[in-house]
Write a protein that binds this ligand. Structure first.
Ligand code: ATP
Length: 210
């Protein structure tokens, strides 16, 4: 079940990701997004099998459960299943168009990390994404956000904003690797993911065979 945005919501955030698993940087981004842009609601949208990620993702039910646990203490967040239920490849534009149709009065804000921004012009129908959403970018240690990257967007430069939060070096890849080496049960990922997510990973022995 997907919860709807509050009636009359004016500022709606969209934060998609594999969330395999969700980690502390994701939660920090959500909190920063809600505060900086005065969002009425922030949709957390776990992706289906994303077209640009070659790696097979963990089963949707696990990623959904972990996303619910990770963001359970963040007010005004809705974890939305629509991309997990959609057959075939997941495209952000389709999700944004659906949210726009559901909330015609709202401004949409799309939150991405700097690594995703670096590849933004390869996204399916990226020009249309720019027309309907403001893009808010979180800087990232492995993929630093440079002002020069915005030059490619010339007339659309005003559609991009930087999300204000400290750099967080954590990645889901790092957590999967730690868990694969037995760190999930020994508490080695405890500093990197919300506590209920660490417990879930351990209980379901996720990532142990990778
Ligand atoms: P992986 O290591 O598997 O690629 P990830 O850590 O990038 O995963 P995703 O679920 O793919 O996690 O990320 C969802 C969104 O959050 C993406 O837009 C990504 O760029 C952003 N993001 C993830 N981690 C960070 C971080 N530490 N700092 C800034 N943005 C981040």
């Amino acid at each position: 079940m997907n919860a709807a945005a509050p009636p009359g919501a004016k500022h709606i955030g969209v934060f998609g990701g594999a969330f395999d698993p969700p980690h502390n940087a994701h939660v920090a981004m959500a909190r920063a997004a809600l505060a900086q842009f005065g969002l009425d609601v922030l949709y957390i949208i776990p992706t289906g099998q994303a077209w640009h990620k070659a790696r097979g993702l963990t089963a949707p039910e696990h990623r959904l459960a972990m996303a619910r646990l990770a963001f359970e203490d963040v007010a005004r967040v809705v974890v939305d299943e629509r991309e997990l239920q959609r057959p075939g490849p997941t495209f952000t534009i389709d999700t944004l168009l659906a949210l726009q149709a559901e909330n015609p009065q709202a401004q949409l804000y799309l939150f991405i990390g700097a690594d995703q921004f670096a590849a933004f012009r390869q996204w399916h129908r990226w020009q249309e994404i720019l027309e309907i959403a403001i893009i808010c970018i979180a800087d990232r240690t492995q993929s630093t956000l440079a002002e020069a990257q915005f030059d490619a967007y010339a007339g659309d430069r005003g559609r991009f904003f930087t999300l204000q939060l400290p750099l967080m070096p954590v990645s889901a890849t790092q957590i999967r690797q730690l868990a694969a080496s037995g760190a999930a049960t020994s508490g080695g990922i405890a500093q990197l993911v919300p506590e209920p997510v660490a417990r879930y990973i351990s209980a379901h022995q996720l990532y142990s065979s990778r």
